[in-house]
Design a binder for this molecule. Structure first.
Ligand SMILES: *[C@@H]1O[C@H](CO)[C@@H](O)[C@H](O)[C@H]1NC(C)=O
Ligand SMILES: *[C@@H]1O[C@H](CO)[C@@H](O)[C@H](O)[C@H]1NC(C)=O
Ligand SMILES: *[C@@H]1O[C@H](CO)[C@@H](O)[C@H](O)[C@H]1NC(C)=O
Ligand SMILES: *[C@@H]1O[C@H](CO)[C@@H](O)[C@H](O)[C@H]1NC(C)=O
Ligand SMILES: *[C@@H]1O[C@H](CO)[C@@H](O)[C@H](O)[C@H]1NC(C)=O
Ligand SMILES: *[C@@H]1O[C@H](CO)[C@@H](O)[C@H](O)[C@H]1NC(C)=O
Length: 518
């Protein structure tokens, strides 16, 4: 702007202009420097209780040791599509109405698109001028031709790289900002976990630095078909599913579905679940690499100290518990507990936190961090910023919460297990069924420092009830419904009824009346 022949006056004017520009930049940058970036990584079917985090060395050091690890983090429903819908909306299934993984159960359905999807948390971030980026599995029915196909981009996302359908590692289709992108099975070009990593690094290189960013990364691991990257297919040669706790224990005092499996399990079931267990760990190594590369990139672009990173999973998983080979969908801890680690400004390193937190809390916690006025947001969860960063917020943990699940079945009998009849599903291996229409239940899970209890009612013809004292019996081996004080059962039943119809603030305001129980 300043030529070699300019006069001192011109030079002074130019310096003044430069000064003005600089101060403006500093001033304009101010609100931005206060708003932090957010990264949310949601793995698929990764358990917290059966060693699901063990293969993830980088994630444990670069997120866990650098911040907070929640040992009581739960999904409010242990199935992919309803859980992911809860993460996005901050709501219980009875409020977002996504019941299962089918269109008819509202998974990415037209009603979902018209209703709950127009109030997901990324939309609030977008209004706060965040640059938003999504890559990976969204909802199991996303991209279905009956509901807008790949052209449908949910509101709130600037960059959209979403998988059509359920988790895969190869041979899949993506919607890249509404454009179809087909992938084959060439590791270098197509391996989905690595592709998500690469696109997220790319996004960080090309972002506009004036605005904060939000990234949601949703890798297919550790979901079936458990295809590891070529260089990880020989990892963990000797690993087997853990044999402790409820492994291959009979579910004799549990609801009818849990009384069906052969006990002890067939050796073919054991071989199958051990092989799945190993392959799950192998697929997670690529997710661990994703975390490592992302943290390094954030460091190199000098954003790491202004970025919150959340690492979690949509639901837990089991491999042999109560003689069920492999799946989720059950009310027990192995299926409803999920990993959760968070690092970011104000979160002290190496914290292990006991406070119960839920997947419906992620949205409000993120909005809380991003300066959104939470009283204007109608969600069922609550921010847990106070739990991990008490210097930033005051707040107390909730004493109890709801877990609800609608069983999936099939109208016709599985041809490979015809004697079992209709109504069941997930009957493999060895015709052991993991789900049924009437595997429909609602539970109150209490964790208030004194009580550690679960109370569940089934919507089946027996109105079956299961109750566990997790302090005395952490593996839920004994259903104590017949031993427990009837007054306690009554209190639990009343709480359950209230929780099942709660909405927004009322979900937070249902207070414990624990007098009788203490
Ligand atoms: C957290 O704990 C790990 C393992 O004990 C240790 O190596 C690390 O230095 C600790 N980090 C901080 C910031 O205290
Ligand atoms: C699907 O959601 C709509 C509202 O979004 C609701 O009216 C409908 O009952 C839901 N369907 C099921 C099966 O729950
Ligand atoms: C991908 O699809 C091709 C063509 O149908 C098939 O030959 C190949 O085995 C598939 N690869 C994987 C990993 O499923
Ligand atoms: C991701 O990027 C790395 C490094 O550039 C490359 O080697 C790899 O092939 C890429 N993978 C995919 C699936 O794009
Ligand atoms: C991050 O680190 C840089 C220096 O590396 C510093 O200028 C900045 O204030 C830090 N930001 C936060 C939020 O701590
Ligand atoms: C999903 O929910 C809908 C609505 O309740 C139901 O009609 C359908 O059978 C369910 N799908 C499965 C696989 O159970």
């Amino acid at each position: 702007m300043e030529g070699p022949t300019s006069s001192p006056g011109e030079r002074r004017a130019a310096v003044a202009l430069l000064f003005t520009l600089l101060t403006c930049c500093v001033r304009c940058a101010e609100p931005r420097s206060k708003l932090s970036n957010i990264v949310l990584i949601v793995a698929d079917d990764q358990d917290a209780l059966l060693g699901g985090m063990n293969p993830m060395k980088y994630t444990k050091t670069m997120i866990g040791d650098a911040g907070a690890t929640f040992v009581n983090s739960f999904t409010v429903t242990p199935l992919c599509c309803p859980s992911r819908s809860s993460i996005l909306t901050g709501r219980y299934p009875h409020n977002h109405m996504v019941r299962n993984n089918s269109l008819s159960g509202n998974c990415s359905s037209a009603q979902w698109q018209k209703g709950p999807e127009t109030a997901t948390f990324p939309l609030y971030l977008s209004k706060q001028k965040y640059q938003t980026f999504f890559a990976g599995k969204y909802l199991n029915q996303y991209g279905h031709k009956d509901v807008g196909g790949i052209k449908h981009i949910p509101p709130g996302w600037d960059q959209w790289h979403a998988l059509v359908g359920n988790s895969r590692y190869y041979n899949y289709t993506l919607s890249v900002n509404g454009r179809e992108e087909k992938h084959g099975d060439n590791y270098e070009k197509d391996y989905l976990t690595d592709l998500i990593t690469n696109r997220s690094l790319n996004f960080l290189d090309n972002r506009s630095p004036q605005h904060p960013f939000f990234m949601m990364l949703s890798p297919p691991a550790a979901h079936s078909p458990w295809t590891a990257a070529p260089h990880y297919q020989k990892s963990f040669p000797d690993i087997k599913a853990p044999r402790d706790g409820s492994f291959d224990k009979p579910g004799k005092d549990k609801h009818w579905l849990l009384r069906q499996p052969a006990n002890p399990m067939k050796s073919s079931s054991l071989d199958f679940l051990d092989s799945v267990y190993k392959k799950r760990w192998q697929t997670l190594l690529s997710v661990d690499d994703m975390v490592m590369q992302l943290v390094k990139k954030l460091d190199s672009i000098k954003e790491l100290n202004n970025t919150y990173i959340f690492y979690t999973s949509d639901n837990g998983y089991h491999t042999g518990q109560f003689s069920l080979p492999i799946d989720k969908r059950q009310l027990y801890e192995f299926d409803i507990k999920v990993p959760l680690m968070v690092r970011g400004p104000g979160i002290k390193a190496n914290q292990t936190l006991q406070a119960p937190v839920l997947n419906i809390d992620l949205a409000l916690t993120i909005l809380d961090i991003c300066g959104v006025n939470l009283s204007s947001v109608n969600m069922d969860g609550q921010s847990f910023l106070a739990q991990m960063a008490p210097s930033l917020r005051n707040g107390t943990a909730r004493p109890f919460f709801l877990v609800e699940y609608t069983g999936e079945g099939s109208l016709s009998a599985d041809p490979t297990c015809p004697s079992l009849g209709p109504g069941l599903s997930q009957c493999f291996p060895d015709c052991v069924c993991e789900d049924a229409y009437n595997n429909t239940y609602a539970c109150v899970r209490t964790l208030d420092g004194k009580l550690d209890m679960q109370y569940c009612e089934f919507a089946d013809s027996e109105s079956f009830v299961e109750v566990y004292d997790l302090k005395a019996d952490p593996h839920q081996l004994e259903n104590i419904v017949k031993k427990v004080d009837p007054a306690v059962l009554q209190t639990m039943n009343q709480r359950l009824i209230k929780l099942q119809s709660c909405e927004g603030k009322t979900c937070r305001n249902i207070q414990a009346k624990l007098d009788k129980l203490n």
